[in-house]
Write a new protein. Structure first.
Length: 137
């Protein structure tokens, strides 16, 4: 209904990513980022999609952009963790998830179900974090 509604492009991009359509995912996530003037919530999806699509330099550029933004405004450590998870850097992802826990980041409410974190599910630190949050089975 509104082609300039960034959140719709974000969710559509994430959906394409889950279907394995990296090209469409990146296109939608680029739109979300552009419409939102690169807000952290919108560019983290793009960074994760780049990482999963093995576009490592692009993923690292988004990661660096988030780290730079964090010097001027709050950027959830959860967002940083998502990009590291996409890059397969699981220990760094866990370090940032633990920082997110310390910050009480609202993104952690999705810890148990967020498909962007699937690569971490077998990690013992991830399981400990789920237990700490009382989200384990």
């Amino acid at each position: 209904m509104d082609p300039n509604f960034a959140l719709a492009h974000l969710v559509l991009g994430q959906t394409y990513e889950q279907k394995g359509d990296d090209k469409q995912a990146i296109a939608e996530l680029q739109k979300a980022a552009a419409i939102s003037s690169n807000t952290p919530l919108m560019i983290v999806g793009l960074g994760h999609a780049y990482a999963v699509a093995k576009k490592t330099p692009e993923a690292r550029a988004v990661l660096n952009q988030l780290l730079e933004q964090s010097k001027r405004q709050y950027v959830s450590p959860f967002y940083i963790a998502l990009i590291y998870a996409g890059l397969g850097e699981n220990e760094k992802a866990m370090d940032w998830l633990e920082k997110a826990y310390g910050d009480r980041s609202n993104g952690l409410v999705f810890l148990k179900v967020d498909p962007e974190l699937d690569s971490l599910r077998s990690n013992s630190r991830f399981k400990e974090l789920l237990a700490k949050m009382r989200l384990s089975d």
